[in-house]
Write a protein that binds this ligand. Sequence first.
Ligand SMILES: N[C@@H](CCOP(=O)(O)O)C(=O)O
Length: 410
Amino acid sequence: MAALARHPGSYWRDLFDSRVGRTVWPYGSGVWSKKEFVLPGIDPDHIVSLFEGNSNLFWAERLGRDHLAGMKDLWVKHCGISHTGSFKDLGMTVLVSQVNRLRRAPLSRPIAGVGCASTGDTSAALSAYCAAAGIPAIVFLPANRISLEQLIQPIANGATVLSLDTDFDGCMRLIREVTAELPIYLANSLNSLRLEGQKTAAIEILQQFDWEVPDWVIVPGGNLGNIYAFYKGFEMCRVLGLVDRLPRLVCAQAANANPLYRYYKSGWTQFQPQVAEPTFASAIQIGDPVSVDRAVVALKATNGIVAEATEEELMNAMSLADRTGMFACPHTGVALAALFKLREEGTIGANDRTVVVSTAHGLKFSQSKIDYHDQKIEDMACKYANPPVSVKADFGAVMDVLKKRLKGKL
Ligand SMILES: N[C@@H](CCOP(=O)(O)O)C(=O)O
């Protein structure tokens, strides 16, 4: 325990995170902040920082100050700067490592492969780690419902990719049936090995804040394993005496796929699975989440909240954040939209330390950004669209455009 308290980072990195040696926090508490990082001759107030070096937690200074009524302590934990571009890598390294171990053990029925149903990120992580280990991966994907960037990941990694004419929930039902029949190890997050790995992000947040507990942590929610993993990570640190309380968790859902939100609004009286509608936050287009009961445990234990965001709200929140340099994914847009609402109604205060969990890299969802900036989305004003200007390759024409754009600033 004493050793853990002195070296918590290396302990957890060694145990749970194959990114050993990469996840380092070189600036004291590990948070890249103006207070701790001073370039000789530069006023700390002039330093502009995002996700440099190895830090994946950054102070969203401009977003908080300019767009969230002077919020001073707003942070983004970017879990998408990882090998396959989403937080799923954290859990998949643990699960595939265990399968790798089991496949070397003398089992009566050897494990033939690892399978999952996916909306795109889990399949990317599973296929990459299985490819690294030489284990067959089988992924069930809802046809035409995941991004091209996500689709190419398991294909390129050599997985068996089944593109099924159903939604994620249909894929999930099928993979459960298949894995009950065949010796294929199920890798969805109902498997607690995944959650053990995903806990890492919560532990990292606490360590990066030098074991000071943030007031709020906002997590997008679809299949709902991740909100529980965050709770488990925070709760473990509390039980170990590393911190003395838990942050309040917010689970943010797309209004088009909001079974947990509805359950929460019913006072947790009745859970009703639904057929999830299409959403730009396609990775959380899930109507019958496998970890719903665990999510309720997490939210009840942390005095948590469930919030929802419409398509317009999530795309605007993502695009506004992008204008502060973030390049968020639409799911992070859902979490940001929840933050805007909670801040506006005063639930989250100006001085509350708040962490928004960014679950995937924005580059995995470029088509949705293209549609938004092209203003091609039906019934959406696309308030922050920034379409490119087509202009003749001619000095006068270029000058005209720039003078118009920079009017009053030249
Ligand atoms: N968003 C997920 C859906 C599957 O969830 P999991 O928690 O069971 O992995 C994905 O990217 O596939």
